[in-house]
Design a protein around this ligand. Structure first.
Ligand code: SI3
Length: 302
């Protein structure tokens, strides 16, 4: 069931490439995989999540993207995690089930499934989804700023494997480092605990994160890998320098001054990788020309 290689290090929350008329563009996924592996040293991906505009895609599009990442990433990527959360339970279950039917005949298997909660009946929901794929490792995607589900993850983890035997870990996209630290303290050996606020990764490493999922690892993977290595060698000074590297500051600059979101991430990634990511899907609007010019000038200067 579980992939033999334990998931650690960086996981790029992938962007969904789109054509200028707003259709998904799977034709560049192979190039995207190579860019992540060769240029950024990132060998894990999280597909169809927040950065990937997963909830703006149809179920069919999500299946196509999942299939493209799994096939193009074969023998290149270590882990492909597919986000299967949707706004309806039947859609979520359809995504999970599809993994077994058309994909199995292509010898495709998702490494892991990850699901976003819909209601307070969180465990019941996770259980229902996970049971559709009883052989696939399952993660909980904790992102309270977007879902409004403000639980303490430590409490969720208590006894979770009795209810969900495939439970593998958490993608923790919240700034509550106390809760995260308590999860690590209790469950470091048992679960994979991935941190999801890129700007605070060093703090999460200090409390014991085993890896990180985020949008900036698409184009800052190399820099963050230096930080991970420095931290592993206990070179805290270098690790600190990496966390406030000019490129990271650019992200903060972009966020504060220019407004930063998926539309902007698409532009930055297009500029950094040379792979055209296209516009975001409505209701997101394309980044302004002003953003593109300022961000590109900033990127060039660093
Ligand atoms: C709210 C949000 O989108 N957070 C990002 C971060 O990587 C975020 O873009 C980064 O920390 C910059 O603020 C990730 O946690 C989300 C993510 O991994 C995803 O695409 O699902």
């Amino acid at each position: 069931m579980a992939s033999p290689k334990k998931l650690q290090g960086l996981v790029a929350a992938t962007i969904t490439p789109m054509t200028s008329d707003g259709k998904i563009n799977c034709s560049v996924i192979e190039q995207y995989v190579d860019y992540l592996v060769i240029n950024q040293g990132v060998k894990n991906v999280f597909v169809n999540g927040t950065t990937g505009e997963g909830l703006s895609l149809s179920t069919e599009e999500r299946k196509q993207l999942a299939e493209a990442w799994v096939t193009k990433g074969k023998d290149k990527l270590d882990h492909v995690i597919i986000h299967v959360g949707a706004l309806s339970l039947p859609e979520t279950k359809e995504l999970v089930r599809e993994r077994i039917f058309p994909f199995l005949c292509l010898s495709i298997k998702y490494d892991c499934l990850l699901s976003l909660p819909l209601s307070d009946a969180l465990v019941a929901f996770l259980q229902e989804v996970a049971s559709e794929a009883p052989d696939t490792p399952f993660y909980y995607y904790h992102i309270p700023p977007l879902t409004g589900v403000k639980i303490r993850v430590e409490e969720l983890l208590d006894g979770i494997t009795e209810q969900i035997p495939t439970f593998q870990g958490v993608k923790f996209s919240d700034t509550d480092l106390l809760d995260f630290a308590q999860c690590v303290n209790k469950y470091q050996e048992k679960f994979v605990l991935l941190y999801g606020v890129d700007e605070q990764l060093l703090s999460a490493l200090v409390v014991g994160a085993s890896g990180a999922v985020g949008s900036t690892y698409n184009y800052l993977g190399k820099q963050y890998n230096v930080m991970l290595e420095a931290f592993a060698k206990q070179d805290l000074e270098l690790a600190q320098q990496c966390q406030v590297h000019p490129l990271h500051l650019l992200i903060i600059f972009s966020f504060v001054c220019l407004g930063f979101g998926v539309a902007q991430i698409k532009e930055v990634m297009t500029f950094a990788s040379g792979i055209v990511m296209g516009p975001p899907r409505l209701p997101l609007l394309r980044a302004s020309q002003d953003f593109i010019e300022k961000a590109n000038a900033k990127l060039k200067s660093v």
